[in-house]
Design a binder for this molecule. Structure first.
Ligand SMILES: *Cc1c(COP(=O)(O)O)cnc(C)c1O
Length: 387
């Protein structure tokens, strides 16, 4: 990506730019994986449920994975029957079950009570599975460890092996890592599954091994290919993966403009026309996003801050070759996943415009305006109408 060209082409900020070339590059890597081991690939749309991205992914993937009714509806609208839709969520509502099972080809129940309550009804239309908690933690931050103590995600593997005969279900679902850059967790997880369930796995039709692996950034795919081939050989099952961040993480960039610059306690503070509300994980997890203009050897230091009233609305401290000036643009790179979907209009600041960048051009696809904000917050009372 030529970031200078990108800055010259984006004519309104804040802007979230989807890099189509990068999405396609990752999808090609996933397709290569599919060819090597016959795994099935779903795009986990929660990372960025933007229809343009879903349309880009559609020809390459076997379907989408979703976590709610709205995601299932959107997945169905884009797929139009051309692929499978896998659902797992702790939050299945009784009033949504019928529609969920008509939309989703596969449903993995999150707990045994959820399974007992809904499997019979859902099983008439969907292939039924269970989400397993393999009780193997690979993440040091509990806030995103599905295998933490008292986890709410999945049936504990020991409990599952005690309470369920695998011929009662068609599949199992596991998801226990985030942003993993090698396959060690997967190998250990499958090992655990085999220890507990053994040849019982052959009763299943499918195994969904979740997302969480940055497949586009892992050089050596051989351990994965070997593992999947072995699973298919030993148990004659379909193996699904459902990456989210791997598909879009590198492929989204946030472009902002400098609105103000001043010195606070001896350090330059730059106010941008974006904020952590356009990238909430910066605040939630205190992560500092990559900045294109940052130069580790630069002699100028500045704190890049958002434009809202929250004191901690700060992206971090960066170094620059020359001082940033009002009107300059900056780019937070590789913030494609879990950014726009979590963005909000706190303080009344608008959501970013959405652009698409491909080999031909940079094009604006979406702009929100005051009417969108107003529709969310204004109660229209007409005449005598009562709420
Ligand atoms: C979030 C999630 C994914 C996608 O995770 P990434 O880290 O974005 O690859 C896949 N499956 C489940 C069950 C998830 O909760």
């Amino acid at each position: 990506m030529d970031f200078q060209l990108l800055k010259d082409s984006v004519y309104s900020t804040p802007a979230f730019v989807v890099d189509e070339i990068e999405v396609t590059r990752t999808l090609a890597v996933l397709t290569e994986l599919k060819n090597q081991c016959g795994c099935k690939v779903l795009y986990s749309i929660k990372a960025l449920p933007f229809s343009a991205v879903m349309e880009m992914a559609k020809p390459w993937v076997d379907g989408f994975s979703v976590s709610s009714l709205f995601e299932a509806r959107l997945a169905d609208e884009v797929l139009a029957g051309q692929g499978s839709i896998h659902l797992t969520t702790p939050g299945i509502r009784p009033d949504e079950l019928d529609e969920l099972s008509s939309l989703c080809s596969h449903i993995s129940f999150n707990s045994l009570p959820q399974y007992q309550r809904y499997a019979e009804t859902a099983g008439a239309q969907s292939s039924i599975g269970l989400r397993v908690n393999p009780k193997l933690s690979f993440l040091h931050d509990q806030r995103f460890d599905p295998c933490r103590q008292h986890s709410k995600l999945g049936v504990a593997i020991d409990e599952l092996s005690r309470s369920i005969c695998l011929d009662q279900i068609q599949g199992l679902h596991i998801h226990n890592v985030f942003s993993a850059t090698d396959f060690t967790p997967l190998i250990e997880t499958i090992d655990m599954l085999q220890q507990y369930l053994g040849i019982g796995l052959a009763e299943l039709e499918w195994l969904n091994i979740g997302g969480g692996y940055l497949l586009g950034q892992i050089e050596d795919h051989r351990p994965f290919v070997e593992l999947v081939n072995k699973l298919k050989q030993d148990y004659a099952i379909e193996v699904y993966i459902e990456p989210g961040k791997a598909v879009v993480g590198q492929a989204g960039h946030l472009v902002a403009t400098v609105l103000d610059s001043f010195v606070s306690d001896g350090v330059t503070v730059i106010i941008l026309d974006t904020s952590v509300n356009h990238n909430p994980e910066v605040f939630e997890y205190q992560r500092q996003p990559e900045l294109h203009e940052h130069d580790p050897d630069g002699q100028y230091t500045a704190i890049l801050a958002g434009c809202t009233c929250l004191a901690g609305d700060v992206f971090g401290q960066y170094r620059f070759k020359k001082p940033l000036e009002v009107g300059d643009k900056v780019v937070f790179k590789h913030v494609g996943a879990y950014t726009l979907i979590k963005a909000n209009r706190f303080n009344g600041y608008n959501l970013p415009d959405i652009y698409l960048s491909n080999s031909l051009r940079v094009k604006k696809l979406k702009h929100y305006d005051y009417q969108d904000y107003r529709r969310q917050w204004v109660v229209e009372v007409r005449g005598e109408e009562q709420l």
